[in-house]
Design a protein around this ligand. Structure first.
Ligand code: PNS
Length: 158
């Protein structure tokens, strides 16, 4: 069974993330979405809230599991019996950082392959930080994040 981990902060999950999860779930037998529970990043949502939101919007995919992790990604991936790390690429600006992380993870544990998925072009401009900035100005989030979580985001900026 081919298990892939899709790691990230997901603060919050966007339609770009969801698109990668849906497409990856058709390529691998199982996808484990790994939510980095890192307090030093001062997330808007707690790790538990982020896990719950991702579970809600991936309920239609029966081979997707969602969990949070602390520490190294390669250790989390090993604990889930994964052999693949999935990363989404939006722009060339993402590439340099992702390239460095992929090489570092390879050095830490050569058993994992990082596989890059090009984002769907209609989502290439969406990021969690842009979503938060827009939400802070009471902007319309329709089309940027799954509609099930729009209220939860608005609630944080009340
Ligand atoms: O959504 P993000 O914030 O770009 O995701 C970054 C993430 C979670 C993939 C990255 O920070 C990560 O893998 N952190 C875990 C710590 C780790 O393994 N570090 C060494 C590799 S960079």
């Amino acid at each position: 069974m081919r298990i892939a981990v899709y790691p990230g902060s997901f603060d919050p999950i966007t339609n770009g993330h969801l698109d990668v999860i849906e497409r990856a779930s058709r390529v691998y037998d199982k996808i484990v979405v790994g939510v980095l529970s890192n307090a030093s990043k001062k997330p808007l949502f707690t790790a538990e809230e982020r896990v719950d939101m991702i579970k809600r919007v991936t309920g239609h995919l029966d081979n997707v599991e969602v969990d949070s992790f602390t520490g190294l990604l390669v250790d989390f991936a090993a604990s889930k019996n994964a052999t693949v790390i999935i990363k989404g690429l939006r722009t060339v600006a993402d590439f340099e950082y992702e390239f460095q992380m992929a090489l570092l993870n390879k050095a830490l544990n050569p058993e994992f392959e990082t596989m890059f998925m090009m984002t769907n072009s209609k989502y290439s401009y969406i990021s969690s930080s842009m979503v938060k900035e827009l939400a802070g100005f009471k902007g319309d989030l329709t089309g940027l994040v799954p509609c099930e979580i729009i209220e939860a985001i608005k609630e944080k900026y009340k």
